[in-house]
Write a protein that binds this ligand. Structure first.
Ligand code: ATP
Length: 426
């Protein structure tokens, strides 16, 4: 296997010219003295990285951060404005639905068209045809023009072609997300197989996907490379960033220092989203909720099974509340309650709340050994005793978090079993 990087970017920038009016473009082209009628927009600014031949790398970044521009430059659809780029090997890219396909051609004709683009003869494509057809599994639609395909059918064919033209580098954009669950799983199994020997680059907004399938993640923000590292590490900061916490390049460096565990500022507690189901008499309200990694004190919504966490709940009293009880439920995606806790069962007395007083409370605990998936937290404030209390506010599913798998092969079930020992005894 080649030791050369399969992709290497050296100080790559891409500037788009933005014109206020279409006529400005024309004016700029025809008027003398080189007068400028455009503004420069840096979609990618000074990005450098290289990717080894058998690496699987996820590119993340919020909408408009420059991911597609970057991938288009790697595939050669766009030319960088400055910098050097080297690509070593053939690329098969599933970038935008439709790219490389002729809408008027049938699926079958498009298979051959794509084969030609990738440098294969008709006879070579004849040999690949069975594999492509069985992977795409779209039956007789293969003889219909692709313009009548559903987006799901389209992605099936496009992916089947992309993996069968023997690329050295496979690039997959969000496109895959339009396929149905079962097909997506089939694609990921294929990606898993290909990543042993090929370079796989993919863009996804789904952090769990990147954490599960990639060896490395690159985070692009406003055209710049913000971080390049282990997906599980980067995912936590990315999630916090997407939740609106004020993370900048310099504060990311500072928060990776585990010794710095600052207390959370009041305005760092996320406000409760509007339109949630709230039960109670509204004498007190839940106004905010946030989850933190208990070790680093960083805001995040991505955890591993049994990880130490803190949940911060902010309340505001509309009336005087004697003997407040603060609590929370953790639910799975089907609404089953996984676990609950409250200030009473933790033997903590909560001070009375005056009218219009606000207060924040923190629960620290180790998450259960939850299996990979999406969970929610429903916080509540009541008053009285556990046996006899009045519910003031119970906000269903106020906070959503993900549990990632820290195992290579995840199994079924709500919980993961730990310290499993298996021996042959006879
Ligand atoms: N042809 C173009 N001319 C001018 N600006 C462009 C052009 N293409 C993209 N942009 C701008 O460049 C920035 C980066 O766009 P790009 O599509 O690369 O982002 P992205 O990270 O892929 O976004 P998304 O996740 O929404 O697909 C955006 O602000 C976009 O508006």
């Amino acid at each position: 296997m080649s030791t050369q990087p399969s992709i290497s970017l050296d100080h790559i920038s891409k500037i788009y010219k933005l014109y206020d009016k279409p006529t400005d473009r024309l004016k700029e082209a025809i008027l003398p003295f080189g007068r400028k009628f455009h503004k420069d927009f840096h979609a990618i600014r000074d990005v450098s990285f290289s990717i080894a031949p058998n690496e699987t790398v996820g590119i993340i970044g919020k909408n408009g951060s420059g991911k597609s521009t970057l991938l288009k430059m790697i595939t050669g659809v766009l030319t960088p404005t400055s910098g050097n780029m080297k690509v070593n090997g053939s690329i098969s890219a599933l970038l935008e639905l439709g790219a490389g396909f002729n809408a008027e051609y049938t699926g079958l004709e498009n298979i051959y068209l794509n084969g030609t683009i990738s440098g294969f003869s008709r006879a070579q494509m004849d040999e690949k045809l069975d594999n492509i057809l069985s992977f795409a599994d779209i039956g007789d639609f293969i003889h219909q023009p692709v313009k009548i395909y559903s987006s799901g059918m389209f992605v099936r064919l496009a992916f089947a072609v992309a993996i069968n033209v023997e690329p050295d580098i496979l690039i997959v954009d969000e496109a895959l997300s339009v396929g149905d669950m079962r097909f997506q799983q089939k694609c990921f199994r294929k990606i898993e197989e290909m990543k042993q020997s090929k370079t796989v680059l993919f863009v996804s907004h789904d952090m769990a996907t990147i954490t599960n399938y990639c060896d490395r993640a690159i985070w692009i923000n406003e055209g710049e490379l913000l971080e390049d590292g282990l997906p599980s590490e980067l995912a936590k900061r990315y999630q916090a960033f997407m939740m609106g916490s004020r993370i900048t390049k310099s504060s990311i460096a500072a928060t990776t220092n585990k010794e710095a565990t600052p207390a959370i500022a009041q305005d760092d507690i996320d406000a409760i989203p509007a339109n949630l189901d709230v039960l109670g008499d509204n004498k007190a309200r839940i106004t905010g909720i946030t989850m933190l990694d208990a070790v680093t004190n960083e805001k995040t919504a991505l955890f591993y099974p049994a990880q130490a966490v803190r949940v911060i709940i902010k309340v505001a009293a509309n009336e005087q509340i004697e003997n407040p009880i603060i609590g929370l439920s953790i639910k799975d995606r089907l609404g089953n309650i996984v676990a609950e806790c409250n200030s009473e069962t933790s033997y903590s007395e909560v001070a009375e709340l005056d009218v219009e007083q606000t207060a924040s409370y923190s629960f620290s605990f180790d998450l259960p050994h939850l299996n990979k998936g999406t969970y929610t937290i429903s916080p509540a404030i009541a008053s009285g005793t556990l046996e006899e209390h009045t519910q003031h506010s119970w906000v269903h599913d106020a906070f959503v978090f993900q549990v990632l798998s820290n195992r290579k092969n995840a199994l079924q079930g709500l919980l993961v079993l730990d310290h499993v020992e298996f021996n042959q005894i006879q």
